[in-house]
Design a protein around this ligand. Structure first.
Ligand code: 5AD
Ligand code: SF4
Length: 480
């Protein structure tokens, strides 16, 4: 009966916090498509809407491959799809609003074609309050699955079809790593490679340790094998992904950490190695040395600051001071020639005073970041900061963000200006939005629009920078 609930597992944020120190299991053979689902998607199309970070983008690449294993093909427009999946982000409130707005459009389509299947997954599916809302107000949503059981999509779908019910399968605690999940990569030149899942840092504002579970690293051999395969398939760049990559390996107890992994990935001779996201706490000297030593590890580091005030950093549970952050920043700048460093900053954290905010501006003035993602604090239910008192008016929060952005943009432009008339290496990866141009990134992760023929797609070329803006550079191919 449509609309009656059939929830096998509901998310529970308190439950999610219960970490055990039981060993992490590496599960190599849990993915399978039930026989009767193998041709379920024949002559049917799928459409996936992805919100949030690269981790979600990569999860969607897995979901695409799983759907194609069931014979679905990709639709270019949502209107043409027989199954629509929303891969959601929970990091801030506005991500919620966007998702519920999008659901309205899906409902409209489903009203004219009730056979359309709608699924919700990703971080919001791990939030109790969201799932409660969907259960009561969006009964027409067919399946909800979490971040830990993407590989179970074929059987979740099968169960939902069998009972014609809303199928909810979300695990709150998951301590395992699943290998051999298929992937359909969006690019032929650059690839995301998960190196770890989850996060144990529990910064007081952040929902991720609850939605993504405890930290668990993939085995080095599995990561290296994946990168070697990418090299032989002609890929030029890999980005190693994790919520806190610097803590890679700590849970494996193999005496093998991020610096070892970076070195081994560099030795596969893939042309470019990147990694996101770093936490200053685990960024050690050995890592800096390895990045400096290997020319194929890109001189680009995203190093979230979050706040420049010691008092606020403490309230955030960040485990470093303003001084420690600046020292680390300077050390990286000294040891890695030409490195670019970007950051994340939150303004208006509960209790942030003018002095605290000025400390943040002070760090920005000291570090002169290449760029920064800036956010107004967004209270996330279930996190410690949700209950902290926040007296600031909306106007003041917006003023702080505006002021910070002005400063960040000034330094971003200054950093880009250093590239004018210089020749840089760019991996040409796609057509640009700019007519007649292709686009790609420098070693230092600067977006460049290049006037060039499409035959250069997938090549690393020398580009002379001819114009400089705050967020991008323009260039022409260097004559050889
Ligand atoms: N409010 C605002 N920004 C947040 N971030 C994480 N949680 C929150 C929140 N509750 C920001 C942090 C993080 C980035 C991915 O998102 O700056 O580094
Ligand atoms: Fe990614 Fe974090 Fe958003 Fe989840 S909540 S999708 S991990 S940014």
């Amino acid at each position: 009966m449509k609309g009656s609930d059939n929830y096998m597992n509901l998310p529970d944020l308190k439950e999610a916090k219960k970490r055990t120190n039981k060993d992490i299991k590496i599960i190599n053979n849990d993915y399978k498509v039930p026989k009767n689902m193998k041709t379920f998607g024949k002559n049917k199309k799928y459409y996936i809407k992805t919100y949030g970070c690269q981790m979600n983008v990569h999860d969607s690449e897995n979901i695409k491959a799983i759907l194609e294993d069931m014979s679905f093909t990709e639709a270019s427009e949502m209107e043409d799809a027989d199954i629509i999946i929303l891969n959601t982000c929970a990091i801030r409130e506005n991500a919620h609003n966007k998702m519920f707005g999008f659901l309205g459009r899906v409902k409209h389509l489903k009203e004219s074609n009730p056979n359309i299947i709608c699924g919700i997954c990703g971080c919001m599916a791990q939030e109790e309050s969201v799932v409660e809302d969907i259960k009561s107000k969006y009964k027409w949503v067919d399946i909800i699955f979490g971040t830990h059981n993407i590989h179970k999509l074929p059987s979740i779908l099968e169960d939902s079809l069998k009972d014609n019910t809303q199928e909810i399968e979300v695990y709150s605690i998951e301590g395992d790593v699943y290998e051999n999940i298929p992937v359909k990569r969006d690019s032929k030149y650059k690839a995301w490679v998960n190196i770890m899942y989850g996060c144990d840092k529990f910064c007081t504002y952040c929902i991720v340790p609850y939605t993504r579970g405890k930290q668990r690293s993939r085995l080095p051999k599995d990561i290296i094998r994946e990168v070697e395969k990418l090299v032989s398939d002609g890929y030029k760049e890999v980005t190693l992904l994790g919520q806190n990559v610097n803590a890679y390996g700590k849970d494996l107890k193999l005496n093998y950490t991020m610096s070892n992994l970076l070195e081994d990935v560099a030795k596969t001779n893939i042309e470019r190695v990147r990694f996101v996201t770093s936490h200053p706490w685990d960024f050690n000297d050995k890592m800096i040395d390895v990045i400096a030593k290997y020319p194929n590890i890109m001189p680009y580091i995203h190093l979230p600051l979050q706040s420049g005030s010691d008092r606020i950093l403490k309230l955030m549970g960040r485990r470093y001071t303003k001084e420690e952050y600046i020292n680390l920043f300077n050390k990286i700048k000294e040891k890695i020639p030409n490195v670019s460093i970007t950051t994340d900053i939150i303004v208006a954290f509960p209790g942030e005073t003018d002095d605290d905010f000025n400390d943040t501006l002070d760090v920005v003035n000291t570090c002169k970041f290449d760029s920064a993602f800036t956010f107004i604090f967004s209270p996330r239910k279930g996190t410690p900061a949700y209950n902290m008192k926040n007296d600031l008016s909306e106007e003041e929060k917006n003023n702080r963000l505006y002021k910070l952005n002005e400063l960040v943009n000034k330094y971003a432009l200054e950093a880009n200006q250093k590239y004018l008339n210089k020749t840089v290496k760019v991996l040409i990866e796609d057509k640009s939005d700019k007519e007649g141009y292709l686009m790609g990134y420098t070693d230092t992760m600067k977006l460049v629009n290049v006037k060039a023929d499409e035959k250069y797609l997938g090549k690393i070329v020398d580009v002379k920078i001819t114009d400089v803006k705050t967020w991008s550079l323009d260039g022409i191919l260097e004559k050889v």
